[in-house]
Design a protein around this ligand. Structure first.
Ligand code: BGC
Length: 760
């Protein structure tokens, strides 16, 4: 008892000291900013709210003009889209040496999945279900970005997406709020570390707030209309997780939500973000999303800028609506001095917390850039992260791993293709530094393997698609040969081999921003190629490059194996070869459902029941289903195979009845019963059987990635806490209601074993 009291006393003392320290630091900051703001003119305050880009990675039709002059005049708070210590130093020089108040600038960039060393696209990384690894990927990206002079990154992108037609599904962590929240928080920790003033950290910016992933019909920038309960329960948790992890900034999204553009949405920006979640940082708009409200139909530039500021937006990216209209709006009483001061203060506070007032050049050091970027250890990390992100979709007769002997026919438009390994958003990544599949296979296979190659087809022969992609970046190389000539060469090559490895899929920019697709099958020319390869009778392994779930029913039925490698990044070829030859046993699990066909979209595992669910054995009439396709997806959420096999016991609960805020544990015994060592992601789902708001059929509430040696058995224990039983009730408050809960555990969301407990 004495010891316990001492422990509590020490704990309270530490908490007290910490609170006191924070209070003192805040007071110091507040005084500094108050003094600074007392010297600022109205124009200078508005200038801090202006974010410009002088070019580089632009994603809209407007580019900022007269940037140097504006910095000198105190009309710029930050710049994005430039990088490299020299350029950044020049711009910072103007701000801190030549502007009246010497206020330093932010330097931002879209560092999304690595900076110069490119890791798998975020959707791929999320399939690792490896939270420490994902955190490490953000930490390495921060180290490289900081060494390049940057202090602010536009990541993590945490938009929940249930529609694979939406190209930006590639940039996020899939469909699940629980997994998405874990990843969001890990990335914030990875970028920001414990100290935003350190040399190897950058301020993160969680985006796109909010609900951008729910764009109607999967068409980018499109309308979102959603009930508040649905947003709270399924779409908002990852943004909140980033806020809880201390993210410094938030980016508003392009879309409207229930008739009000997110960029001027008071409910989202103030009521939820600041008032409910206690967010203390600043909110930046997306690229011209302030002026785009004119197209949304909510007013002219002055009106929409005032709406945005009043709703809680602090910084205007590129549109210059704040810069050019806020003064007038103040004179006309449409915004208040306090509105402008609050926004300015939040921007300055962020700069203060990043230590920019002490050393505006902290991140700017050419020496550091030369020694910290694309290092051997970063490349090694990229290789390992990629291996962990791959999902083995099919492997009949254990055709994989490949033997390191015999002849391999490496076929397909992505087999020897440096331009498409990095995926969307790789601003500083350089494709000529990537490892292609053919290089990787040659590096790993050894001298007993004979590797033959034929391209077999273009990525696409659809001239509209090719033009749309190649106008942005030349990623689809259209061969001068006819499709038939290419197929003939591929078939002749396949006929000489023991096994065919077909590298098929999308070009990098067939996903990402403004890359929605209505047909998400493999392109026709690749399906023709695959059919021809299959007709040789040789075993065919598909290595699939994609930034979204694709429609793969035919491929799944006909090929022998399929490895989904997403867009793996700089070390693509080496990572793919490691997995194909079994140096690494695949462990990735899907973070999004793969539909059977486009008509099933949106399809996601945590759906509700209907009043007329289709149960096994039911006739079809008057049931909630389709006449021409079953309700099941092709591959469910959480799915992914391994070269070994695992068996799962039923979950065993520590209690079958709990009351109040009590928790319980669920224990699962997992055995590696196959022939390889391997990792398995053990997943826990809950189903609240009766609730005041209709519950989903299951929800992920826990997972653990474990390593089991061949023949080994381990017990996995999950804590189920009171908070795991909660949901958003009618009044939008979290509640847990008494009743029966199903506990399901297994290797994916479909193949689960179940038991129940009761909350009294
Ligand atoms: C994108 C953002 C990005 C911004 C700046 C926009 O078009 O939606 O994700 O951060 O551009 O590049």
């Amino acid at each position: 008892m004495k010891k316990f009291c001492l422990f509590i006393f020490c704990l309270l003392s530490i908490l007290f000291l910490k609170a006191q320290q924070t209070f003192q630091q805040d007071q110091k900051m507040n005084k500094f900013i108050k003094d600074l703001m007392s010297k600022m003119t109205l124009d200078e305050k508005i200038g801090q709210l202006n974010l410009v880009t002088p070019g580089g990675a632009v994603t809209g039709s407007v580019v900022s003009k007269d940037v140097d002059a504006k910095i000198r005049n105190g009309q710029v708070g930050g710049i994005f889209g430039i990088n490299g210590p020299d350029q950044i130093r020049q711009a910072q020089d103007i701000a801190v040496k030549n502007s009246r108040l010497h206020i330093p600038l932010f330097f931002g960039l879209d560092v999304i999945h690595g900076h110069r060393t490119i890791f798998p696209i975020p959707l791929g990384l999320s399939c690792s279900w490896d939270i420490p690894m994902i955190q490490q990927s953000a930490h390495i990206a921060a180290t490289e970005a900081a060494a390049d002079g940057l202090n602010w990154v536009y990541s993590p992108m945490v938009d929940i997406a249930r529609d694979p037609r939406w190209g930006r599904i590639a940039e996020g962590s899939g469909e699940d709020p629980y997994l998405g929240s874990q990843i969001a928080a890990a990335m914030v920790r990875g970028y920001q570390g414990n100290d935003l003033t350190a040399n190897n950290t950058v301020m993160a910016c969680v985006k796109h707030y909010a609900l951008y992933g729910a764009a109607e019909a999967g068409r980018d920038y499109n309308t979102v209309d959603m009930s508040r309960i649905k947003m709270m329960q399924y779409y908002l948790p990852p943004y909140k997780a980033a806020v809880d992890a201390g993210v410094g900034s938030v980016m508003s999204s392009f879309n409207e939500v229930d008739g009000i553009p997110a960029t001027a949405n008071h409910f989202l920006l103030t009521e939820v973000l600041r008032n409910q979640w206690g967010f203390k940082g600043f909110v930046v708009s997306d690229y011209t999303s302030v002026s785009e409200m004119i197209n949304h139909g909510t007013g002219d530039l002055q009106t929409v800028s005032a709406q945005a500021l009043k709703a809680g937006l602090d910084m205007d990216m590129v549109a210059e609506g704040f810069l050019t209209t806020l003064k007038k709006s103040l004179q006309e009483g449409k915004v208040t001095q306090k509105d402008i001061d609050d926004a300015c203060r939040r921007v300055l506070e962020a700069k203060y917390k990043m230590g920019l007032f002490d050393d505006a050049y902290r991140h700017d050091d050419t020496q550091c850039a030369a020694t910290s970027i694309l290092t051997d250890s970063n490349r090694l990390a990229a290789r390992q992260f990629a291996e962990h992100s791959f999902v083995l979709l099919k492997n009949s007769n254990n055709i994989l791993p490949l033997k390191k002997s015999g002849t391999i026919a490496l076929i397909g438009p992505l087999a020897d293709n440096q331009r498409n390994m990095l995926g969307t958003w790789n601003i500083r990544g350089q494709y000529n530094e990537d490892v292609t599949v053919i290089q990787g296979i040659k590096n790993i296979a050894g001298s007993d393997v004979n590797v033959l190659y034929a391209k077999g087809s273009n990525i696409s022969d659809d001239s509209m698609l090719v033009t749309n992609i190649n106008n942005f970046a030349k990623q689809i190389d259209v061969d001068s040969r006819t499709p038939q000539q290419m197929i003939d060469e591929a078939v002749a090559t396949a006929n000489k081999a023991d096994v065919v490895v077909a590298c098929l899929g999308e070009a990098a920019d067939m996903t990402g921003e403004a890359s929605s697709m209505s047909d998400i099958r493999l392109q026709q020319c690749q399906r023709n190629l695959l059919q021809a390869l299959l007709s040789t009778g040789k075993p065919v392994v598909v290595v699939l490059f994609n930034g979204r779930p694709m429609i793969l029913g035919w491929e799944n039925k006909n090929v022998n194996a399929m490895l989904d490698v997403w867009f793996p990044g700089t070390e693509a070829g080496n990572a793919i070869a490691d997995v194909l030859f079994g140096s690494y046993n695949p462990s990735g699990k899907l973070s999004t459902t793969f539909p059977q066909n486009v008509g099933q979209i949106p399809i996601y595992y945590n759906h509700k029941n209907t009043g007329r669910p289709l149960n096994p054995g039911d006739g079809h009439k008057f049931k909630s289903d389709y006449l021409d396709v079953t309700n099941e997806p092709l591959y469910p959420f959480g799915y992914g195979l391994s070269y070994t096999s695992f068996t799962f016991s039923d979950p065993v609960l520590s209690k079958t009845t709990i009351s109040g805020t009590e928790g319980l544990t669920a224990t699962v015994t997992v055995s590696n019963t196959g022939n390889y060592d391997g990792e398995e992601v053990v997943q826990l789902y809950l189903h609240d059987k009766v609730a005041s708001i209709t519950p989903p059929v299951k929800e992920l509430k826990g997972f653990q990635k474990i390593f089991l040696k061949k023949g080994e058995t381990k017990q996995v224990v999950f804590n189920i806490n009171h908070s795991d039983l909660m949901f958003y009730g009618k009044d939008l408050q979290l509640v847990a209601e008494p009743g029966e809960f199903e506990v399901m555990t297994g290797p994916n969301s479909r193949d689960v074993r179940m038991t129940t407990f009761t909350l009294k």
